[in-house]
Each structure stands twice: as structure tokens, then as C-alpha cells.
Design a protein around this ligand. Structure first.
Ligand SMILES: [Zn+2]
Length: 271
């Protein structure tokens, strides 16, 4: 599943091809994504110029002159910039055609992604309103986390994955960040010390930053905007390493289930 680093990698990959170009069409081959793409959408977009390509949480925001396209990659989606006449593959659902002769093509076998159009401030859209801060921005710090955690009995790993607390820390990155910070994922959020939150903020930034620099994680079938796999999987310390020795202390990495998701941690390194 594309997580924040994959979405950010996609944004960086597609932005140069989009910015400043005019839209010449929107070809819809399959409208039935998580929410159907509105039939009238192509007519609204044609002729508009792309101002910028931004991101909020795992949503790509393609800013046009009179509104914003909100695109989500769902469980299995990918967006690539291709020549408009590039041969179609199975599950190629829409093309956003550009005056450069290229297109932004969306492929998604499971169709959990979306393409929505909003006029006005996209931050106020129901999908984006209420989201917590971005993990790589300054607002996300130990003071903020400690304030949000006060009195909370939920496990710190689930707290960290709550999009209202901070966006984009998915399952892989939560396990890896807690490992690097030396924090037991089972500890109640309200009982995590300020010092541990300081380490956790640093770890979240490092883990996500490294994954973005490496172009997203090579997990299963993810490919980035150029079609190349990311290279983060070989740097995972605990994720999907249950039963194997910890790379730092040699203790056996444990796998448990929290909130129906697998958590991996090292009992030797995480207290
Ligand atoms: Zn260890």
C-alpha cells in the first residue's frame, strides 16, 4: 500500500511534468474508483493550467486555475507520466492529458483510489479537514505530541498511526520509528515521557525522510512515477522480521497484533 513516502515520491516525480501545462482532456476508462469519478469532470478541467502539485497526508493535490484535483492512490494505485499514446495496461483507469503531448496515467488493480474535484480551499474538504499536522513540518514536535497524549491510554503505536494526531505514519513507519526511538509500542500514549517523545519525533522524521530519499519502500508491487521500485526495504530493522534476531542487540524480534495490524518490536531495545 502506498504510504506517505511513496505518495511524496510520486508528487516529486509528476510535478515537473504538470506545472505550467494546460489540460487538454481527461480520459475516463473506469469511473468506479472508491468514489465514482463525476461524468462531467473532463469538461470542467479542459483548458485549465496546472499551477502546482502539492500533497496533504496521502492525498495529492493538483492545483488548477479554478480548483484542485484531489487524487488518492488507495491500496494499489500508481500515477505515471507517459506519452499520451503509450500502450494501455490492464487497470489503467484515467489519463489526464496535457498540452505537452504527455499524460498523467492512473493504474489501480484494486480501485480503492479516488479522483475528486474541489473549488475553494481543499484543506476544508471533508477528507482533509480534521487531519493532524504533517510529520515533516515544524508543528509536529514533542510538546505537541505530549499535549495530545495527555491522559490517553491507547497504545503509543496506535496513537502514532491516528491521522488526527499526525498524518502519514503508516504501519511500517510506526514500527520502525518506535524501534529507533527505543519506545515499547504497547506503552500507553499518556505514559510516554517527554524525552521519549523527543526521540520519537526525531525517529519519525528520519525514517520518513530516508524512505522519501530512497524513493519509497520496495514492498510488493509499488512502483514510483518513473516505474522504478523504491529501495527502503533493506533498511528495515523490525518490520516483517518477527522471529529473527535484532540487528542491534541480537534478541528475537517479536510480532504482536494491535488494532488488527501487525506490530514488530525488539524487547531488548524498546522499553
Ligand atoms: Zn534489539
Amino acid at each position: 500500500m502506498p504510504e506517505l513516502p511513496e505518495v511524496e515520491t510520486t508528487r516529486r516525480g509528476i510535478r515537473p511534468a504538470l506545472a505550467g501545462r494546460a489540460i487538454t482532456g481527461l480520459v475516463l476508462r473506469e469511473r468506479r474508483l472508491r468514489w465514482p469519478i463525476p461524468r462531467g469532470l473532463p469538461g470542467k478541467l479542459v483548458g485549465q493550467r496546472v499551477i502546482d502539485g502539492a500533497r496533504r497526508a496521502k492525498y495529492l493535490l493538483i492545483e488548477l486555475e479554478r480548483g484542485t484535483l484531489i487524487a488518492h492512490l488507495g491500496m494499489s494505485g500508481s500515477l505515471r507520466v507517459l506519452p499520451a499514446d503509450a500502450p494501455l495496461l490492464a487497470h489503467d483507469h484515467y489519463d489526464l492529458s496535457l498540452d505537452s503531448g504527455r499524460c498523467l496515467r492512473y493504474n489501480d488493480p484494486r480501485r480503492f483510489g479516488c479522483l475528486l474535484w474541489v473549488t475553494g480551499d481543499p484543506a476544508r474538504h471533508r477528507l482533509l479537514a480534521g487531519l493532524g499536522p504533517e510529520p515533516l513540518e515544524r508543528e509536529f514536535d514533542a510538546v505537541y505530541l505530549a499535549a495530545r497524549a495527555r491522559g490517553r491510554r491507547v497504545a503509543v503505536k496506535q496513537f502514532l498511526m491516528d491521522q488526527r494526531v499526525v498524518v502519514g505514519v503508516g504501519n511500517i513507519y510506526a514500527s520502525e520509528s518506535l524501534f529507533r526511538a527505543g519506545v515499547d509500542p504497547r506503552r500507553a500514549a499518556g505514559r510516554v515521557s517527554r524525552e521519549r517523545f523527543e526521540r520519537l519525533v526525531v525517529a519519525v522524521r528520519e525514517v520518513l525522510g530516508e524512505a522519501i530519499r530512497r524513493g519509497g519502500t520496495t514492498l510488493r508491487d509499488y512502483v514510483n512515477a518513473d516505474g522504478a521500485p523504491g529501495y527502503f526495504a533493506q533498511d528495515l530493522y523490525v518490520y516483517e522480521r518477527g522471529g529473527e534476531p535484532c540487528r542491534l542487540c541480537g534478541e528475537v524480534v517479536r510480532q504482536i497484533v494491535q488494532g488488527q495490524r501487525s506490530t514488530y518490536f525488539c524487547p531488548g531495545c524498546q522499553g
